[in-house]
Design a protein around this ligand. Sequence first.
Ligand code: DGL
Length: 247
Amino acid sequence: MSKIGVFDSGLGGLSVLKELRKILPDEDYIYYADSINVPYGEKTDEELLELTSKIVDYMIKEDCKLIVIACNTATTSCMLKLREKYPDIVFVGTVPAIKVAYDYNYKDTIILSTPYTTKSKRVQELIHDYKRDDQNLYLVSGENLAGLIEEDSKEEIDKVLERILGEYRGKVDSIVLGCTHYSLIKEEISRVLPNIAILDGCVGISMEVKRQLENNNLIGTGTGDLTIINTKSNSLVKRSYEILNDK
Ligand code: DGL
């Protein structure tokens, strides 16, 4: 088995793939964006398990040795079930980087996630494990932001960000991006909330993938080859390459 499979409900997981390719340039990758079904953050657990199983089946058929669930929503909802269903595959998931805010001792932190992740038990567990006694955490739902990012609706994105985050201006020192799509709009977020730390899990996840490859003796000798699948359109494949190349 040779490739690393990375999937998300859409383009968001490209933020993870970008870091992965820096840390592991000699691996070959498949990126699978389920853009026809975005947003995952508004689906049920049953729907999410069905959609993600379909992607995992495809990735196994395509010879993937490790699968990165580059989606907080899918990780929160299905990672344990997928591990049970596919015991021979190594999965690495994504959860909001609340621990990073803890490690860096931030005091007033927004956790911005999809509606699903915001309400999830997993986020409550992370808060329980990593919230400092003297830290204020503000859980904010990103509403339909993931969908707007897919559509590249710049004006709408700015409006939603102002509406949901504007009230925190001057009151917080950090924001955790609990949805991989939001890592694609860091500039827009910092315009609404200037001079605060923007935290995501992209580097942490990539380091974890490296550790898992080493521990499972799976380090590859590929050529950095990349295949991008988008379930909605070829123009989104083109945009994916532009995002990866920072255009
Ligand atoms: N990018 C995803 C996440 O990290 C999902 C966004 C969505 O489809 O709602 O949660």
